[in-house]
Design a protein around this ligand. Structure first.
Ligand SMILES: [Zn+2]
Length: 480
């Protein structure tokens, strides 16, 4: 079954090669949304118009959108949290959320389907040929669970991520359904343009993807937001936010927090890592960057122009987590990949990038060697336990999210082993060639959903033996 999955994912990814991620502005899909959040009922009322461009090579008779909020429903087959984080996430006991689509325009009908009803299929009146546009509209209500998570009313902040119907990528719509996964991120989407009007009580402050303005009237605040060429948008609202502001190479950098003893240091980590990665890889393409403290029960989460970090991080964890999440602006936001099929591709690169940043910034007290040593010892501990308890254990990095048994295996194989992979490449090729490979990957693949083979090819072009290193780590045959 796992082999079949891997083959399927490979096929999906090869299909993805032909997809334009950040197409020129006139050729991008655009979303316009009017949203209003009512904290008393934990509901978000939404109206959305999507001007969809067919970037596939086929005529489409239907459009498929993800309805990720339905993963938060009672009895979901693929729930949002693992047992390990369940108690921390559901701080108020059991609580559930969902999205209900009320009305659709521009289609002859719609159907909600998928394993947890996380897909919305709109039937088009006539085929949508490659590069053609079609405009569809819909109204929806999202009910938030009281949960510390990507989407939910948390203890200190309300987090809106994956909250609206978002177009499936062409490869995914034609291939295997991406299931919500409590491990990692199942989300892959093309770059698109967004214009959003988001209204909520005036007592709230909102951190968000994009740039915009805030106006207030009659006890309500409205954020008018624009974001261009982004894969997704996330909004985080809180009545308890303080804001620290700085910049990195003329890009405004903000830090929204409600519980941080040293906010200036966290802001510095955000601005310095943004600047460092821009120097090492390629320019940061967006007009602003935000790091925001949330109640999520694990390290952090990446969105275009916005990184969430957990509020329960220890002092020494904050800079490494901020650097890791900031690196995702390159390895996820600008250079896209499919983190459901190939979760190692962006996560291992974010780990390696963070280790490079920390090494160049000794004030944070963690060296590159510290990062690699700690990954090696964590991975070896995992391996010695795993070979005793797992039946037919496998340590291949290359597998989809659904092929990991839980947090421990996922963390050890994707993050720890992933950092060790790039450290071995760094050692074999030398730092300058390793960085040249990443610059080439950023240049060639920015704006696309890159297949893992694109990344591997950039390293192989710096030294043919890199291919064997990737092969042995991805297949799980190397000895660490
Ligand atoms: Zn990550």
């Amino acid at each position: 079954m796992k082999k079949l999955w891997i083959l399927l994912c490979g096929a999906i990814l090869f299909g993805a090669l032909g997809i334009a991620g950040c197409a020129p502005e006139e050729a991008r899909t655009s979303y316009a949304m009017t949203l209003e959040y009512d904290p008393a009922s934990y509901t978000l009322e939404g109206e959305m118009t999507a001007d969809v461009v067919n970037h596939t090579e086929n005529a489409l008779s239907e459009l498929v959108f993800h309805l990720w909020p339905n993963a938060y429903r009672e009895g979901a087959a693929h729930p949002p949290v693992t047992d390990l984080f369940s108690a921390a996430a559901y701080y108020d006991g059991e609580s559930y959320g969902e999205i209900e689509v009320h009305h659709v325009e521009g289609a002859t009908g719609f159907e909600v389907s998928g394993a947890d009803e996380t897909l919305l299929r709109l039937t088009l009146a006539q085929p949508l040929y490659p590069d053609e546009h079609v405009r569809v509209g819909m109204t929806f209500t999202v009910t938030l669970a009281r949960i510390n998570h990507r989407l939910g009313a948390g203890e200190h902040a309300v987090t809106f991520a994956h909250f609206y119907p978002v177009l499936c990528t062409g490869c995914e719509a034609e291939g295997e359904e991406h299931l919500f996964s409590a491990l990692g991120e199942a989300f892959v989407s093309e770059c698109a343009d967004y214009s959003i009007a988001f209204t909520l009580p005036e007592s709230y402050t909102v951190a968000h993807t994009g740039t915009g303005t805030r106006t207030a009237a009659d006890g309500k605040a409205t954020y008018t937001i624009a974001a261009e060429g982004v894969r997704d948008v996330a909004l985080v609202a809180s009545e308890q936010f303080s804001v620290a502001q700085g910049s990195a190479d003329d890009v405004p950098v903000s830090y929204y927090y409600f519980d941080d003893a040293a906010p200036a240091r966290t802001l510095d980590a955000a601005a310095e890592s943004l600047s460092y990665f821009a120097q090492q890889f390629c320019l940061y393409e967006y007009p602003a960057y935000v790091v925001v403290q949330t109640d999520i029960p694990y390290g952090g989460a990446e969105y275009p122009m916005l990184s969430m970090i957990a509020c329960d991080l220890h002092e020494g964890e904050i800079a490494p987590v901020v650097a890791h999440e900031t690196a995702h602006q390159w390895w996820y936001a600008m250079v896209g990949s499919d983190p459901f099929c190939e979760p190692w591709q962006d996560e291992a690169l974010a780990e390696y990038s963070a280790a490079l940043f920390l090494d160049a910034h000794p004030a944070y007290g963690v060296s590159y060697t510290d990062c690699v040593s700690s990954a090696e010892s964590a991975y070896r501990s995992f391996f010695s336990v795993w070979t005793q308890i797992a039946d037919g254990e496998q340590t291949a990095m290359r597998r989809p999210l659904t092929a990991f048994s839980g947090e421990y295996e996922y963390r050890s194989v994707v993050y720890d082993k992933g950092l060790i992979l790039f450290d071995r490449l760094d050692g074999l090729l030398g730092r300058e060639r390793a960085l040249a490979a990443l610059r080439s990957y950023a240049k060639r693949c920015s704006g696309t959903i890159a297949a893992a083979e694109e990344l591997i090819a950039c390293f192989v072009s710096q030294g043919a033996y890199a291919e064997g290193v990737f092969d042995s780590f991805l297949a799980g045959t190397c000895v660490i």
